[in-house]
Design a protein around this ligand. Structure first.
Ligand code: IPE
Ligand code: IPE
Ligand code: MG
Length: 240
């Protein structure tokens, strides 16, 4: 049972293990990504139902371009399929879609669908479903440094006036873009225990969970177990 007063406001997920799931099930990597999409659909629903305010999923990293052209273009095609199939339902459930990352580098068809999803859901007030696409923390921080440098150059403020808050504001999650609070809980499936360039700045005081389950097998029941365990943790933020 979840304690309604202690639901994490922001859950961030590294959806990892699609390829290994495919291998285990004797199918293609793309079929693995497709199965991952089905899992994601359920986790969006659970997050909404439990009152999580922000769900951020890592869908494609700035490093994932290193994969084969077939795999990369297959993943982008799945985005088109996902929006075509799910947008109506997301909108009906009052979910607002946001994108973190420079998605303009994706194929035209994917960009169009994503913009359709952003436009359709822009006034929704339920779960904020943030999709990290062509996202990398170092890229995000580099862009923030550039934006801030420009402002210093223009005389808007001096270097001494730069604060942690200001840096946060200039990240994709920041007030200048989406105003997403730091993640309370970061989940990475598939047993890997690393961040792979995800939310490095924002995760300073996040709690972590590393379930062994491969992403396509990650079910609402697994998610519930992690949420319950999260609720038993003592977060101190450097205090005593
Ligand atoms: C995560 O699954 C999905 C993406 C990175 C797009 P992987 O494709 O990384 O799966 P594994 O790690 O090879 O099993
Ligand atoms: C991180 O997973 C990126 C996504 C889940 C989208 P990877 O599978 O790309 O990360 P590494 O290469 O194992 O660190
Ligand atoms: Mg992986």
């Amino acid at each position: 049972m979840l304690d309604e007063r202690n639901i994490p406001k922001h859950v961030a997920i590294i959806m990892d293990g699609n390829g290994r799931w495919a291998q285990k099930n004797n199918t293609t990597r793309l079929a693995g990504h497709n199965a991952g999409m089905r899992a994601m659909k359920e986790i969006v629903k659970s997050s909404s139902a439990w009152g999580v305010e922000h769900l951020t999923v890592y869908a494609f990293s700035t490093e994932n371009w290193k994969r084969s052209v077939e795999e990369v273009s297959g993943i982008f095609k799945l985005i088109v399929i996902y929006v075509d199939k799910e947008l109506k339902e997301l909108h009906k459930n009052n979910v607002k879609v946001n994108i973190l990352g420079d998605y303009s580098k994706l194929p035209k068809e994917s960009v169009e669908r994503l913009e359709k999803a952003l436009g359709t859901t822009k006034n929704n007030t339920g779960l904020q479903f943030n999709i990290a696409l062509n996202y990398g923390s170092r890229d995000e921080i580099t862009k923030a440094v550039r934006l801030i440098s420009e402002k210093v150059k223009n005389g808007e403020f001096t270097p001494e006036q730069i604060t942690e808050e200001m840096i946060g504001q200039h990240l994709y999650t920041g007030g200048l873009f989406h105003n997403i609070p730091d993640p309370d809980l970061i989940i990475r499936t598939s047993g890997e225990r690393r961040l792979s360039n995800y939310l490095l700045w924002q995760s300073a005081y996040s709690e972590f969970a590393f379930p062994d389950v491969l992403w396509p097998d990650f079910s609402p029941a697994e998610y519930m177990k992690i949420m319950e365990e999260y609720q038993s943790r003592d977060r101190r933020f450097g205090g005593r």
